[in-house]
Design a protein around this ligand. Structure first.
Ligand code: MN
Length: 569
């Protein structure tokens, strides 16, 4: 079958018949997680392959063997020691211990997870013009900054130099909290302030956590914690991790990758014929996404599913946060350059060490080159874009309230030139490949060991600063913190559920970005473009490997060889 734009196809009836069949199998349903579109039913042709089931089975087996051999019955529920969380992992060849089991108490690790962890998408630079607004809800003082980081800078001078960074989880404020057995679960809406400190070493510097406030409104029972607050500092950091984990799973991962892409899959299936060049380009990047999302529908977002079980909010509160956040966002806001600019973190002179940003940029431009060359094969000018009536129907359906409900697809919602077309396609492929990989695969190292990112808190956070009896024993910090920290962390069954789901969501990589099935592209003209794309990805791999030798910790999640083509896990 020849790859052709519809306006050049001598057999438009064949296309029409194909699309009519497709529209019968792919229908919108807005009731599963309102107001977001889901496929009413997943067509058989979208189901997992035998190879996929094989990989999945291997993961389940390994997990089962590990949990079976871990002597779980000998452990109390709830645990009586912080060490017990580590006992859930037996090590190779079963479940490797996440490295965070060794580092989770360190301030350096806490700060590093803002720029290279499971969710590197919240941190923002404190704009000097907005410092006053921040201080109104989070009244950190110059004295606190100077005491914590041993500097002469004031907040104003540090902000002016671009050295102040904030993570603000305001959108979790007032979330209705769920429960598990007799436990009330907790998440707060914290603010955490960081200072970028030059280390003089290649001037990469490092982020230092300065202060944490657990709720949005400054009050006497909502103090500002610093590292001078003993055990409370560790508890405050844990509540930031809980908020970050909640944001990560519901929004950064589920919402802004798995679900935000669904309208594009449905509109592509329903509006772009099987020989449409854009359909041919996009389909490999949509492989198994409807199938994995259907699994999410029946195991994660359902009553009694993982979201209700292990996350802090009620199921309704969690899902409405997902629905609302996507409904209120503009598709273009998720484009890498836009989301970095919005947070003020695009400039590597101000924030020299931001592994997610730096590696993501490389992938973004490789995808941009590939898509540009591909689009130019079929569209000679803007007129070809306008005349492509299937593409125009695709845009219409994507943005329609009865269809994809996508807002802000482009500045004016139209795709009437090459530039807008390329931008949209680049963004779609970036979400399916690198963006999903960046938030999916870190789930094991950062989340499977529950004390690093507890999926929820299990006791109310402290309302006062003092914790007079506490002495951190530096020779065994885990043991000395155990009596203070343990009650906030997930009980045994919950920690096992968290480990189970996060292991399964990271247990294998089905395929590799830029490596397509021979049958995906039948037009011989495409092969050299794919080869060039693959070469670029190899160069990027080498660059990231080199960067990793100079980073305080290697950042591997955006190595091209570790990124699948589609959201399938
Ligand atoms: Mn995923």
């Amino acid at each position: 079958m020849t790859t052709l734009l519809p306006q050049n196809d001598p057999n438009p009836q064949r296309r029409q018949q194909f699309l009519q069949r497709q529209r019968y199998f792919y229908r919108y349903n807005f009731t599963y997680l309102p107001p977001l579109p889901f496929p009413d039913e997943v067509p058989d042709s979208e189901g997992f392959s035998a190879k996929y089931y094989g990989e999945q089975f291997k993961g389940i087996t390994k997990l089962g063997l590990n949990l079976g051999a871990a002597k779980l019955d000998d452990l109390l529920d709830p645990f009586d020691n912080l060490d017990d969380y580590e006992k859930l992992f037996l090590g190779e060849p079963l479940l490797r211990k996440p490295f965070t089991s060794k580092t989770f108490l360190l301030d350096k690790e806490f700060a590093h997870q803002r720029i290279a962890g499971a969710n590197p998408l919240i941190i923002e630079r404190v704009d000097p013009a907005k410092l006053r607004d921040m201080l109104q809800k989070f009244p950190v003082t110059d004295a606190i900054l100077q005491q914590v980081v041993d500097t002469e800078e004031t907040l104003a001078s540090a902000a002016a130099k671009g050295q102040l960074y904030l993570t603000d989880y305001a959108l979790l404020e007032g979330m209705k909290l769920g429960s598990y057995k007799h436990w009330q679960k907790f998440v707060t809406a914290p603010l955490a302030l960081f200072y970028w400190q030059s280390t003089g070493f290649a001037d990469r510097g490092c982020l230092v956590p300065v202060a944490i406030q657990l709720y949005q409104k400054p009050r006497s029972d909502n103090p500002i914690f610093t590292r001078f607050d003993g055990a409370n500092w560790f508890i405050a950091k844990t509540f930031v991790q809980i908020a970050d984990g909640t944001y990560h799973e519901l929004l950064a991962h589920l919402g802004f990758t798995h679900l935000v892409i669904v309208p594009f899959i449905l509109a592509t299936a329903r509006q772009l014929a099987d020989n449409h060049p854009l359909g041919i380009l996009l389909r490999p990047h949509f492989q198994f996404t409807l199938a994995i999302n259907d699994l999410a529908r029946t195991q994660l977002i359902n009553p009694g599913g993982f979201i209700e079980k292990i996350l802090p909010g009620t199921l309704k509160a969690s899902l409405s946060l997902v629905g609302k956040s996507i409904e209120e966002s503009q598709f273009q806001d998720f484009a890498l350059p836009n989301q970095l600019k919005r947070r003020g973190v695009e400039d590597s002179n101000l924030l020299p060490d931001y592994p997610y940003r730096d590696d993501a940029y490389l992938l973004w431009s490789a995808i941009e080159k590939f898509v540009t060359s591909y689009v130019n094969l079929y569209y000679k000018n803007d007129g070809d874009v306008v005349k492509d009536y299937e593409l125009q129907e695709w845009v219409e359906e994507l943005t329609s309230p009865d269809g994809g409900r996508v807002k802000g697809l482009t500045d004016d919602g139209k795709i009437d030139n090459l530039e807008k077309l390329i931008a949209a396609i680049v963004q779609i492929i970036f979400i399916c490949g690198p963006q999903h990989a960046a938030v999916n695969y870190p789930q094991y190292d950062y989340g499977a060991f529950a004390p690093n990112i507890p999926a929820a808190g299990y006791a109310a956070p402290p309302t006062q600063k003092d914790n007079p009896d506490f002495h951190l024993d530096l020779s065994n910090p885990i043991k000395s913190l155990s009596p203070y920290l343990l009650k906030f962390l997930p009980p045994k069954e919950q920690a096992i559920s968290q480990l189970t789901i996060l292991y399964l969501l990271t247990s294998f990589q089905y395929n590799r970005l830029g490596y397509y099935d021979r049958r995906d592209f039948q037009d011989a003209k495409v092969q050299p473009l794919i080869t060039a794309f693959q070469q670029n990805l190899h160069i990027i791999e080498d660059r990231i490997n080199l960067r990793n030798t100079k980073r305080s910790q290697p950042y591997t999640f955006l190595k091209p060889s570790l990124i699948p083509n589609s959201i399938n896990l």
